[in-house]
Design a protein around this ligand. Structure first.
Ligand code: SF4
Length: 238
């Protein structure tokens, strides 16, 4: 397979081919094997993004590449528990936490667009506070990893373990795509991985405070995100 030096020289078309082939070849591989392939292929041009719901993918990636970059988007709207989880991950894990922030503070955004843009136009709010900062933050990388899982929602059911991110022209790695919530729980228990305390308080998926509620029995994990607003994704994974 392609090594780091060769991957650096590949065009976008060649990277897309590489991603699609790896997606097929690694479909049955373990999460750690997928991350070892990614770190071997992209070296320091690979990062993990984390919402700090838990540190499972960051933990797995640090086993593949100690000191791996873990990118966190601080939207300015996070629960204090999420910021606390980010700080704990930074303090105790062998990773390099990088915090990205939007160009405007919440106060500056309120002044330009009016208060509570998240209630009136959540797509624009997500674009300003998540999509654009991530786009800018990922420019240094050729590949990024996410914690997407196929069982989280219908929109994530076809997530490849390695695929091509057309929007950002990057390789997108989802090492735990095939995992279930039970697999996540077992990994957390076995390795003592940090998790967001809100997961013990009725939240199944943790995003920005104004757009996240607890889930009800029988709802899928992401039902508490933008509930009642006809929105299921923030635009990071479209
Ligand atoms: Fe804004 Fe809500 Fe999107 Fe956060 S999740 S960026 S508060 S719309």
């Amino acid at each position: 397979m392609t090594d780091t030096l060769q991957a650096d020289k590949l065009s976008a078309d060649e990277l897309r081919e590489l991603a699609e082939r790896a997606g097929r070849e690694l479909e049955d591989a373990s999460a750690l094997e997928i991350l070892k392939w990614a770190t071997r292929t992209f070296g320091k041009r690979f990062c993990v993004t984390s919402s700090m719901e838990d540190a499972v993918v960051a933990h797995l990636a640090s086993r593949a590449l100690p000191g791996v970059d873990v990118v966190f988007l601080d939207t300015g709207y996070h629960f204090p528990e999420t910021i606390g989880t980010r700080d704990a991950v930074d303090a105790v894990m062998d990773v390099n936490v990088i915090t990205l922030t939007p160009r405007q503070t919440v106060a500056e955004q309120d002044a330009e667009y009016g208060p509570k843009l998240h209630d009136r136009d959540p797509d624009l709010c997500c674009k300003l506070r998540k999509v654009k900062p991530l786009e800018e933050g990922l420019t240094a990388y050729a590949a990024w990893a996410t914690g997407l899982r196929r069982d989280e929602s219908a929109t994530r059911a076809n997530t490849p373990v390695v695929g091509w991110d057309e929007k950002r022209q990057k390789v997108k790695v989802s090492p735990i795509a095939r995992w279930t919530q039970d697999d996540v729980d077992a990994y957390v228990a076995e390795h003592g991985v940090l998790t967001n305390p809100l997961l013990m308080d009725g939240y199944a998926s943790v995003g920005c405070a104004p757009c996240t509620r607890r889930v009800l029995e029988g709802e899928d994990a992401r039902a508490g995100r933008w509930a009642g607003r006809g929105k299921t994704e923030c635009g990071l994974h479209d």
